[in-house]
Design a protein around this ligand. Structure first.
Ligand code: SF4
Ligand code: SF4
Length: 96
């Protein structure tokens, strides 16, 4: 999914490892391999691969993941591709 990378260092993905139970749900649902196990906890292994889709956030049972869709979000990128130009937001209610 290398072609879906957008801007470096824009993802709002945050992980509180102290809250992680190691259930691996976020790893299973992440489409870009952003997360991986590090012993009994998950860790971020490809921060710039995160497209802010929210799948990990929505499936984490412990609140260890925090995320706010922004300029790196998948909806923004898809809309920009479809319309062939830059957008100021993705147009979703939860967007910046
Ligand atoms: S927001 Fe989406 S792309 Fe980013 S880490 Fe979570 S599941 Fe992966
Ligand atoms: S879904 Fe949450 S609790 Fe489970 S491994 Fe990922 S961060 Fe840890």
């Amino acid at each position: 999914m290398e072609q879906l990378r957008y801007l470096p260092n824009v993802s709002t993905l945050r992980l509180d490892e102290s809250l992680c139970s190691g259930c691996e749900a976020c790893i299973l649902v992440c489409p870009h391999g952003v997360l991986a196990m590090n012993g009994r906890k998950v860790r971020i292994v490809d921060f710039d691969g995160c497209m802010e889709c929210g799948a990990c956030l929505n499936n984490c049972p412990t609140g260890a993941i925090n995320l706010s869709p922004g300029v790196g979000c998948a909806a923004y990128i898809i809309q920009a591709w479809l319309k062939g130009k830059g957008l100021t937001s993705c147009g979703t209610e939860t967007c910046c």
